[in-house]
Design a protein around this ligand. Structure first.
Ligand SMILES: Cc1cc2nc3c(=O)[nH]c(=O)nc-3n(C[C@H](O)[C@H](O)[C@H](O)COP(=O)(O)O)c2cc1C
Length: 199
């Protein structure tokens, strides 16, 4: 498992240094992760909801996968992955955004798992008096915070079961003759469909 916490990873700066050889020329903490991204068969990528989208760290990390996309750069095509999103109210936005990022690399999303995490407002020290904090938004003004109202994913059996099922599904797909060429073709069609729907 790789956590981006504490890593210094810039977003893509569109220098086009990667277009000839599919290798990003920016040097930061992504440089040492590149071989791993290239080598593995599948990904489980998770992100927290920040302002109804991905947080900046994972956005920057995924932007840099642009380096794999040029010419016959099929390093990532046809791979599989699970998208995970968590948010103070909902994890759906970051999970959906991850799905889109991966579609551009022709990677199939086998499963999407979303859950409600513990927004920092529950532990910042002002959660009971702050009028715009998540506790007040969820439970109303004058809320008294108790441990049982803090929405941790481990307390949501349906989320934990969905996560276990996603892992199982991913494992089964990988073991049962995973055909990367077929997945690539399917993802190309899905990408084209997304373009035509958003035009
Ligand atoms: C800058 C910032 C913006 C956030 N914006 C949102 C938001 O728009 N929607 C939401 O549901 N949660 C939002 N959150 C809450 C985080 O998504 C939440 O703290 C995180 O999912 C908790 O995950 P954890 O329980 O795994 O630590 C925000 C948190 C921060 C720090």
């Amino acid at each position: 498992m790789i956590s981006l916490r504490g890593k210094k990873i810039s977003g893509c700066i569109a220098c086009l240094g990667c277009v000839k050889d599919n290798i990003c020329k920016l040097e930061d903490d992504l440089t040492e992760l590149r071989p791993l991204i290239a080598e593995v068969d599948a990904y489980v990528i998770g992100a927290p909801n920040y302002y109804s989208t991905l947080n900046a760290a994972i956005h920057a990390f995924l932007e840099r996968w642009y380096q794999f996309r040029h010419q016959e750069g099929d390093t990532l095509w046809g791979k599989l992955r699970v998208a995970v999103g968590v948010g103070g109210t909902s994890g759906a936005f970051p999970a959906d955004d991850i799905v889109k990022f991966f579609l551009y690399s022709l990677i199939e999303t086998v499963s999407k798992v979303t859950g409600q995490g513990a927004a920092s407002c529950f532990s910042c020290g002002f959660g009971e008096t702050c009028k715009v904090g998540v506790p007040a938004l969820l439970y109303g003004e004058g809320v008294k915070i108790t441990e049982d109202m803090i929405p941790r994913v481990t307390k949501q059996p349906e989320v934990m079961e969905a996560a276990a099922a996603a892992g199982k599904q991913l494992g089964e797909r990988l073991r049962n003759g995973h055909d990367r060429k077929a997945v690539t073709q399917k993802m190309q069609k899905t990408l084209m469909q997304m373009f035509s729907e958003s035009a």
